[in-house]
Design a protein. Structure first.
Length: 351
């Protein structure tokens, strides 16, 4: 029994130019913080398994010896338990690519787009090697990041190798501008989960946020994906609250209407824009907490199942006392009810 984390023992993450353990940011990555770096100057090379695990042990042994790698300090993934130290991979993050067919106003990829565009290597040779060697465990998690996965050159290959045969559970953020038949198949077979960040309920607001005129196409594709067999938490619609752009109930209601149109979509995620959080040093204006709570109430009353995933994680991950704060925030969202007099203000307020 000791403090460690599953990902440092069994995780791989493909970054642009680096193979690292994870993409978590206990020390803020935007400000130069890095997760544990396994191999620098990495461009998809096949690393022999012994060499790979020898390097991974350099980090995991620090936990075993009672200390903590400096990159992992304050990480919310750390927990105390009996760890399985055998050599396998069961958590892979793919976030080394950035091309996208949208241009969201909040996208962090925009900052490094040119650099990453020229540096998108192939990962399938290495992943196939690890799978054939029995290193990647059946049932492992694949988390996609980066740009738009449906237009990434190895998208179909990855889904064929890990999704269609139900080898892995694949978590995919997609803007759904491009319909992917293979993604649909993986969804129907229960091995893929998609999160579509729609952030709007109208063409006008969508265009303002995504900076492409594709609202109708996206709604059409969401409805296509939402066919029979994809109804158990396979499709989540996300609403990122962006100050001054979509921070009102009217837009949110239209967003819910898209969910209704897509019939089997039940799960929605309410988030808050990461750059806003940074600009206010993670101290969220109470207006947004109340707005999120109000959105939650409305969504539940219309049969949706709302989650607050990154809304909570992003705001608190860098805070040493984050667990208490998360608890308080959840309690706040869960338990504090709006007074009638506040209703008008919160439904009409523009930040
Ligand atoms: S403790 Fe956190 S930063 Fe370190 S490997 Fe695990 S998830 Fe990554
Ligand atoms: S869809 Fe995703 S990757 Fe593409 S611009 Fe928007 S946030 Fe960035």
């Amino acid at each position: 029994m000791y403090k460690s984390c599953n990902i440092i023992l069994h995780g791989l993450c493909f970054f642009a130019g680096e193979l690292v353990s994870c993409c978590y940011a206990p020390n803020d990555q935007i400000n130069g913080g890095k997760p544990p770096i396994l191999f620098d100057n990495y461009n998809g090379e096949i690393i022999p398994k012994d060499k790979l695990f020898a390097r991974m042990h350099e980090f995991s042994s620090q936990f075993k010896n009672g200390s903590c790698p400096k990159e992992c300090e304050n990480c919310f993934k750390i927990e105390e338990k009996d760890w399985d130290e055998s050599e396998y991979i069961d958590y892979i993050t793919i976030t080394h690519f950035s091309p996208c067919n949208a241009d969201c106003i909040y996208c962090s990829n925009n900052l490094e787009l040119d650099e990453r565009k020229t540096n998108t290597y192939e990962i399938m040779p290495f992943l196939r090697y690890l799978k054939n060697e029995g290193i990647i465990k059946q049932g492992c998690e694949l988390h996609i990041g980066g740009g738009e996965f449906s237009i990434y050159k190895e998208c179909d290959d990855i889904l064929s190798e890990f999704g269609i045969n139900k080898f892995a559970n694949i978590y995919i953020p997609t803007n759904a501008i491009k319909y992917s038949a293979i993604m649909h198949k993986a969804l129907s077979q229960g091995s893929a989960y998609i999160v579509v960040s729609l952030d709007s309920g109208t063409r006008k607001t969508f265009k303002k946020i995504k900076r492409v005129d594709a609202f109708d196409k996206v709604v059409e594709n969401i409805c296509k994906y939402a066919t029979e067999g994809t109804n158990e938490h396979k499709i989540t619609l996300k609403y990122v609250i962006i100050p001054g752009v979509n921070d009102n109930i009217q837009e949110f209601q239209k967003f819910l209407d898209v969910g209704k149109k897509a019939k089997v979509v039940q799960y929605i995620r309410i988030d808050i824009e990461a750059r806003y959080l940074r600009s206010v040093n993670n101290i969220i204006n109470p207006y947004y907490l109340k707005l999120a709570k109000k959105m939650k109430e409305i969504a539940i009353s219309q049969g949706f199942k709302p989650e607050f995933h990154s809304f909570i994680q992003q705001s608190m991950a860098q805070n040493i006392n984050y667990k208490d704060k998360i608890r308080n925030l959840i309690n706040f969202i869960e338990l504090k009810y709006l007074k009638k007099a506040e209703k008008e203000f919160y439904t009409n307020h523009k930040y």
